[in-house]
Design a protein around this ligand. Structure first.
Ligand code: ADP
Length: 201
């Protein structure tokens, strides 16, 4: 497996913007959010297990997962969230490992909002936190999504605190100002990761 960098950050911090920049440098990016959607698609064993655990209401009429209903159900219910994660997380992990093994670029990026929470950082050699103030997160996420400021604040409250992520991350990039400044910081890290990938080869 090539050198793998785990990329994370809270909602609206700039994870997707950063991972798109790495893709433009021809660095392979594995997106844990996409994998999480794939494992609950129709025909996948996880979907059947979720139905057995929660009941038929978790399915739409066409048999696909009613993501909104499930999300609402687990949002304030820790036990239910745990049940769901016990089903999905091992499958997500397995698929991530498989995709990381296929990477052809000098190093790879694993982008995940739950990199630390789901211990996916264990699959990486270094971690990169895209970091910004809560005010910036709220303003960017509310402009991007059809969500109220209250909803975004609630999501931030359920995520691991910024200070905790800062403690765990190997590298931190501040993204409170322009995209140009974000990209110039990423460029410096990209050169560092390329050099590191040659050492670890
Ligand atoms: P995340 O994936 O962490 O939720 P995104 O990368 O989607 O965050 O960024 C949230 C929103 O903020 C997007 O609309 C994105 O285009 C915008 N954005 C990200 N970084 C910057 C920046 N430095 N300046 C201005 N807008 C930004």
């Amino acid at each position: 497996m090539p050198l793998t960098i785990g990329l994370t950050g809270g909602i609206g911090s700039g994870k997707s913007t950063a991972s798109q920049w790495f893709e433009q440098q021809r660095i392979a990016v594995v997106d844990a959010d996409i994998v999480a959607r794939e494992v609950v698609q129709q025909g996948q064993p996880a979907l059947q297990e979720i139905e057995q655990a929660f009941g038929a209401w978790v399915l739409e009429k066409d048999g696909t997962l009613n993501r909104k209903a499930l999300r609402n159900h687990i949002f304030q219910n820790k036990e239910a969230r745990q049940v769901l994660e016990n089903i999905t997380h091992p499958k997500i992990r397995e698929s991530i490992i498989h995709q990381l093994q296929m990477i052809q670029s000098p190093y790879g990026i694993l982008v995940s909002p739950l990199l630390f929470e789901a211990q996916q950082d264990q699959l990486t050699q270094r971690t990169l936190l895209i970091d910004c103030s809560e005010a910036t997160q709220i303003s960017r996420a509310s402009q991007r999504d059809q969500q109220s400021i209250e909803q975004i604040k609630m999501i931030i409250a359920t995520q691991m605190p910024r200070t905790e992520k800062q403690k765990r991350a190997t590298d931190i990039v501040l993204n409170d100002t322009s995209q140009e400044l974000l990209f110039s910081q990423l460029r410096a890290l990209h050169l560092k990761y390329l050099a590191l990938s040659e050492v670890t080869e």
